[in-house]
Write a protein that binds this ligand. Structure first.
Ligand code: GUN
Length: 295
């Protein structure tokens, strides 16, 4: 499939894999010039298969740019107290620049101990919060002076910028209102002077909202929700979704086959936003290291 779409729509495809690799090469050059390498601690609790893949990719990303990664694998039944103790230890470790706790944490139904995600996010020291999940960092995103950027939305901004997409004055539709993607995405687009609408599961007439948009960012987690008939001809379509279709194949929130002929630019899944998210995590780890005085 992958070869196929690049042959058919090559001029329209925003190649996240290529742009993320270029971006990583730039980070690697900066890291190579440092005396003390940035270091990222990644914590994973339990056995969620998707999380295992994400965490492995984060480790690989660190290795690629010459950063140190420390992986902490904790059993499903880990208690909140145990997890908070590890975070405290990493907060105090002067060599650790970034701390990331992979979400979601195991639910009680899956054998988890019922760890409170909010408490875990709040436990990571603000200057090591490379996910930019803490309230302080979310506040800086809102103010437009954030040093640590939300990884997925910041990755989308790089994809748009490096594909020559103008945002100023454009109608931007963000579909999804999560704290991780939808809300910060809307802010970053707003800071670039887009006119922003945020749609969500209660929005009326999503197709009509879509048809008005010059830039659509889909981040809802519903396989192939956005179809070609909903897209204004020439619109730019960014697909943050990571779903499985009816055949168990990886797919986005956008129905690529019907949208690609209508859009002027589109990100594929896989190979679009995903690789860029990890590049932005590496960027945040480098930023955190510099803010903490590493040279
Ligand atoms: N799970 C899915 N996306 C993310 C992310 O960006 N950060 C963390 N920590 N967990 C995630």
């Amino acid at each position: 499939m992958a070869e196929n779409i690049y042959e058919k729509y090559g001029n329209k495809i925003i190649d996240g894999k290529r742009i993320a690799a270029e971006y990583r090469a730039e980070i690697a050059t900066e890291v190579a010039a440092m005396e003390r390498k940035p270091s990222l601690a990644v914590i994973i609790v339990g056995e969620d298969p998707a999380s295992q893949v994400y965490v492995r990719n984060k480790e690989r990303g660190c290795a690629e740019v010459g950063m140190t990664s420390l992986l902490y694998r904790l059993p499903t039944e880990t208690t909140e107290e145990e997890l908070l103790r590890l975070i405290e230890h990493l907060n105090a470790d002067s060599d650790v620049d970034g701390i990331l706790v992979q979400l979601p944490l195991p639910s009680v139904r899956d054998g988890g101990s019922g760890i409170d995600e909010g408490a875990v996010i709040a436990a990571v020291s603000p200057e090591k919060d490379v996910d930019a999940f803490r309230a302080e960092n979310v506040g800086h995103i809102m103010l437009g002076d954030a040093q640590l950027l939300p990884c997925t939305p910041a990755g989308v901004m790089v994809l748009l910028e490096r594909s020559g997409v103008e945002i100023e004055g454009k109608r931007c539709l963000v579909i999804g209102r999560s704290n991780i993607v939808g809300k910060p995405m809307a802010m970053l687009l707003l800071h670039k002077s887009g006119t922003i609408t945020v749609a969500h599961s209660r929005s009326r007439d999503l197709p009509a909202l879509c048809r008005e948009a010059d830039i659509v960012v889909a981040a809802v987690g519903r396989a192939k929700l956005i179809t070609g008939d909903m897209i204004k001809p020439g619109a730019v379509v960014i697909d943050v979704g990571m779903n499985r279709d009816e055949n168990g194949k990886l797919c986005g929130d956008v129905d690529f086959d019907s949208v690609a002929p209508v859009a002027s630019k589109i990100t594929p899944v896989p190979g679009g936003v995903g690789p860029m998210t990890i590049s932005m995590l590496l960027r945040n780890t480098l930023t955190a290291a510099r803010l903490r005085g590493k040279k």
